[in-house]
Design a binder for this molecule. Structure first.
Ligand code: SF4
Ligand code: SF4
Length: 62
């Protein structure tokens, strides 16, 4: 079963910390909105590294 990576775009400040943390490289910055987005949910390891580093608690693994 793949993870559900939930990104609250109102909270995301586009800092990129989750993207550097992510070992699967499935998080990226949308250059138009300056918000984090997910490419392939199914590749997520569900270890929540992104959650731990996000300064605004914008990203959650459900
Ligand atoms: S839980 Fe891990 S693999 Fe999944 S998006 Fe976050 S950092 Fe990437
Ligand atoms: S760490 Fe949080 S605030 Fe920074 S880009 Fe990722 S989701 Fe957005």
């Amino acid at each position: 079963m793949s993870a559900n990576i939930d990104i609250n775009k109102d909270l995301c400040i586009g800092c990129g910390k989750c993207m550097f943390m992510c070992p699967r490289r499935i998080l990226f910055l949308n250059q138009n909105t300056n918000k984090c987005e997910v490419s392939e949910q199914s590749k997520c390891d569900k270890l929540r590294g992104c959650e731990r580093v996000c300064p605004t608690k914008a990203i959650r693994i459900l």
